[in-house]
Write a protein that binds this ligand. Structure first.
Ligand code: ATP
Ligand code: MG
Length: 564
């Protein structure tokens, strides 16, 4: 492609709304433009990169026996009502006048097809995948294409006869993902993850470390334990029971509300406090007890409650229900609330909590004796430095961007959508499913996050929109124009993707800046100075290293460099 004819609208300035390098550079390199919040047009250069990523994904999916299909983005709303996912918050965009929804993922449609056509054990296993546009009602689209309302996903689904076969399908996908991200040149790590809106029995995420990531992960540098904070645990020593459970007593705590104030006022360690958090779950009042200053982890809470509508209770509502404010609520004699607690509080006594009366607390609480705690769950967010659950090394916490997510769905959709097969004895059995997603834009943006410098993008050969950026330094020079055109012809003929900067009205400095911004792996510079000595210059974008080669050897030399 010749730049004089190409549509590559580069920008000198960083767009005001672009806060992270990949967003800034994808805009500046003319790869994409925003249409509206979270919705982007991919311009020719951007599409070339996405296509390269798709081809890698396709090859690795085919290599594990995946069969590509293409499912509709428009789905009947009824299918999502049947699966129970119609009302997941911030998930589905809909077209009301036709009772249609825009699919945010495709377990439902896969299930619909499988329920019609998978009949016997002979029809299994199957792995079906597609690369297709998804829509999600993201409340805060941001970071460019990293979180869009419309994005392209590779989504795959495995259908198996047994849990053991699901394990095999899942492992095959994990291996394929490792190959995909390695081929793309992305440095990733894998964490244990929450299954969230997908449901199922286990999942892992493929992540890159990034200060701009919206996920938080716990990592153990010692043993390699890695988990999303949504599910991460730690090996904190258990808090101790006090020797004797004294009778409860009310204590006056005027204007003392937070745990820190209570610690000061009562001169007691924070682990002696059962902090109360009040919520509504599917409309019903819920009290959650946490130890001291432990932070409630919303993902763990959602998982513990099995989903549903979960929201903090408003202050006025709480007052009218209990006669007390938030800082004075506790589990003893609290009526009308379901009570659950964090595991750290299990079996504890000698605790202090609110008295359900403003300015009063109750001391000497023995939870088993004095409160009706229905269940203890792991509900707390771990903190940096806590001991690793596997080896007790100090946990590190870092932000990360999710590239891909693999799930063992099990029978969740087989149950709701009735996906069964007949086993060897003719008995109907649920199909055991897995689901596996990768965001195409996230591959591109994450690659750029890891591979750029102050001047622009640094493409590798796998993702580069063009392999060679051929710069005709001055097209007004007859020699330069002739040599550039000739090399362009030769290299193109050899099957190499070349971008030729043949613009006439642009200064050399400008051309070099553009070449660094667009970031092709090699720049080939044809200028009068070099030609005088029968030479052209090759610059490696990644290292800035430059070599001079003889004109007659140039094409062969370039082909050699690309074959490295
Ligand atoms: P996140 O936690 O980032 O919201 P998710 O867990 O909802 O993502 P999945 O449902 O697992 O995402 O989707 C599979 C893949 O699709 C993700 O790993 C990610 O690469 C990509 N993806 C998900 N949501 C978006 C989005 N809004 N914009 C771009 N890519 C996305
Ligand atoms: Mg995910």
């Amino acid at each position: 492609m010749k730049i004089s004819k190409a549509f590559i609208p580069t920008l000198k300035e960083v767009p005001a709304d672009a806060n992270i390098p990949s967003h800034q550079l994808m805009m500046r390199a003319g790869m994409m433009r925003q249409l509206t919040a979270g919705v982007y047009s991919y311009l020719p250069l951007g599409l070339r990169v996405i296509t390269n990523a798709m081809n890698i994904v396709r090859e690795e999916m085919n290599a594990i026996g995946g069969q590509e299909l293409l499912l509709p983005a428009l789905n009947p709303e009824s299918l999502w009502i049947q699966s129970g996912r119609r009302n997941i918050p911030n998930f589905i965009l809909s077209i009301k006048e036709r009772d249609l929804v825009l699919a945010p993922t495709h377990e439902e449609v896969i299930g619909y097809i499988a329920s019609m056509h998978i009949q016997s054990y002979k029809d299994l296993p199957q792995t079906w995948y597609q690369i297709q546009t998804k829509f999600r009602n993201e409340p805060r689209p941001r970071s460019g294409v990293l979180r869009g309302r419309q994005f392209i996903m590779k989504d795959a689904y495995s259908l198996d006869r047994s849990w053991e076969d699901l394990d095999k399908s899942y492992d095959a996908h994990a291996e394929a993902y490792k190959k995909i991200f390695t081929r793309c040149g992305i440095k990733y790590f894998i964490v244990g993850a929450s299954s969230g809106a997908m449901g199922g029995t286990g999942s892992q995420e493929f992540m890159i470390e990034s200060e701009f990531g919206e996920d938080t992960t716990a990592l153990c540098p010692k043993c390699g334990y890695a988990a999303n904070l949504e599910v991460a645990t730690s090996n904190l020593p258990k808090a101790k029971r006090v020797e004797k459970s004294e009778p409860t007593k009310e204590i006056h705590t005027p204007n003392v509300k937070t745990i820190d104030q209570l610690v000061d006022f009562l001169k007691t360690d924070q682990s002696r406090f059962a902090k109360s958090l009040v919520y509504r779950h599917n409309g019903k009042p819920l009290l959650i007890l946490m130890m001291g200053n432990d932070q409630l982890n919303e993902s763990k809470l959602t998982a513990a409650l099995g989903g549903g509508d979960i929201a903090p209770m408003g202050a006025e509502e709480l007052l009218s229900l209990t006669g007390a404010d938030g800082g004075s609520i506790g589990p003893v004699n609290l009526r009308g609330f379901r009570i659950i607690a964090d595991k750290r509080l299990e079996g504890m006594n000698g605790l202090i909590s609110g008295a359900n009366k403003n300015d009063y607390h109750i001391a000497n609480i023995d939870l088993a004796r004095d409160a009706k705690v229905e269940e203890y769950y792991d509900l707390r967010s771990i903190e940096v430095g806590e001991p690793c659950p596997k080896c007790s090394g100090a946990l590190k916490i870092s932000n990360a961007i999710e590239l891909g997510h693999i799930f063992k769905l099990g029978t969740k959709y087989s149950d709701t959508l009735n996906i069964t097969y007949l086993d060897e004895s003719g008995k109907a059995q649920p199909v055991i499913m897995g689901s596996y997603g990768i965001g195409m834009e996230r591959i591109v943006a994450c690659y750029i996050e890891q591979n750029h410098d102050k001047d622009g993008i640094i493409w590798n050969k796998a993702l580069a929109p063009y392999q060679i950026h051929l710069i005709a330094v001055n097209m007004n020079s007859k020699d330069v124009a002739e040599v550039s055109e000739k090399m362009y012809g030769e290299l193109t003929k050899a099957g190499i993707d070349v971008l030729l900067d043949d613009r006439t009205n642009i200064t050399p400095g400008f051309k070099f800046k553009d070449a660094d911004l667009l970031g092709m792996p090699f720049q080939v510079i044809v200028g009068d100075k070099g030609l005088k000595n029968g030479q052209i210059e090759i610059k490696r974008r990644k290292t800035g290293e430059r070599i001079m080669v003889k004109l007659e050897d140039a094409s062969a030399e370039i082909i050699k460099l690309l074959a490295e």
